[in-house]
Design a protein around this ligand. Sequence first.
Ligand code: FHN
Length: 580
Amino acid sequence: MKNKIMLAFLLALVAVRAEESMDKLWGSAGVKGGTKAERMALFRDGNYGMFIHWGLFSHLGGQWRGQTFYGIGEWIKRQMKISESDYMALAKEFNPSDFDAREIARVAKAAGMKWIIITSKHHEGFAMFKSAHPFNIVDATPFHRDPMKELAAACREAGLGFGFYYSHNQDWTAPGGSGGPAQNPDGTPATFEKYFREKCYPQVKEICTQYGPLNYIWFDTPGRIPKEFVMELAELVRKTQPGALLCSRIGYDMGDYVSKGDMEVPPRNIEGDWETCDTTNDSWSYAWYDQNWKDAREILLRLVQTVGRGGTYLLNIGPDGKGRVPPQVAKYLVKAGEWIKRYPQVVYGAGPSPFGHALPWGDATTQSNTLNLVVFDWPGDGQLWLPGLQSEIASATLIGSSAPVTWTKRGTWTAFQLPAARPDAPAAVIAVQLKGAPKADQTLGVYPNAPATLLVEFAEVQNAEKKENRWMEKFGEWKHATQISKWQPDGKAVWSVDVCAAGDYRLDLVYKGEGRPVWRIESDEGVTLQNQQAASAIYHAQPMGLLTFKTPGKRTLTVTLVEGDRAKTSLEALRLSPAE
Ligand code: FHN
């Protein structure tokens, strides 16, 4: 099983040209162009948009000749090695007669999203718009409609922004496109230049000139595309769509903003303009078996965490082969949207959390001097603890409740006294008016009434390797975590923490490793835990014991690997839960 996963991973990397780092794949931004502030307004204030993956692959829905491909559905051609001719012939069967652009715009609007970006051509090479290239939805299918025209009009009518995804480098059915046939139909060698001149550039011109003003052109997976082609595309977009934003995945730092890795909600605040694209289940496009839907709580948590880290959240849906939005998607997007309508200030125009990272009970965003505390896990004892708030509080209100909110201070900590019943679900919001700009000490807290997860991201590491890792468990559904491995005998991870209350805490370590590792955890008060635990093939929380903090305040915790496979044992987090 492990080998299979590894093989899938390796194949994936080959498919996108493995020698390129993921940073190359997902890009970085070097902002160009004089009208940036105007172009950025929707992105910066809206903070939430809809992404749509829809194409010929949606007709297959993750299944080819009775076999299911358990990975991101839009990669089915490549992963199941479907020949060009078989794949292109599918167009004759593709008839998404239930496609209703207004309904999609209605869902996006009800979800609280501010724009839609849809795949006009994904890596499969099929144009979902009327194109001079014959492999397109109007000319090659019995559907004969241009759904992009319909969606552009519906977005305009609904007051939503609109943009196109376009796979500029990968094209698996066009000779010369990355991953495409190596020969032209006449047997001559295919070149990227020919693909670019005859398909890519003309199609980008088509999407930029046939659908009215656009807010985004979202290129993807630049790989090793030569720079001159990217420059031509950027110039074309700037000339024909001066109001459109380019994401970093165009390549060569030519984007207006950074697109983070797929499905990556970063653990700490990031400055500048950036976006996380995420999806409502595990696949981008429709896959018949994939029911791993995010519910309203998960959607809102990831949205608030992204905005809290300083970013913008682009959440994907995958309509099926008939053009229908899966009912579970619409249900939970709209449910989350109803919540956003009650708390628009948490999302729109909201700034990052002064705490710099998520908090055990939820997260925070800001609007000038107001701190929005978004509480997903309501404290059972009525005390909401907040570490390190440095700005003075003027008032605090539990939105939607007449119950007064008082607060008390204990050292660097603030506790808000809340009613026993949570006034709203999946989260309640406390608006804290501050007497100045929100400021906080970002030291991680150890809470008296909630479990705290200390990610290794926040640890200082000596003589071990701390690395940001990305991997997939099926295919294409990326996971992201910082982990520590390659421990030298004196290797250590040290966390600084702010302990609210002295006492005993259950300490778990989240790690992966062979053999029976022995871990040692030591506080700066001289309290030590040392324990052996089982091997763990996957990252798993293993109990180490009860750790006592003798006094509250700023402490350090040091973790060392006493015995075990130093190269392979990998640590992800430390967890501290108050003993009851
Ligand atoms: O390969 C694509 C994938 O199919 C999907 O479109 C995602 C969305 O961000 N982009 C690429 C991988 O990063």
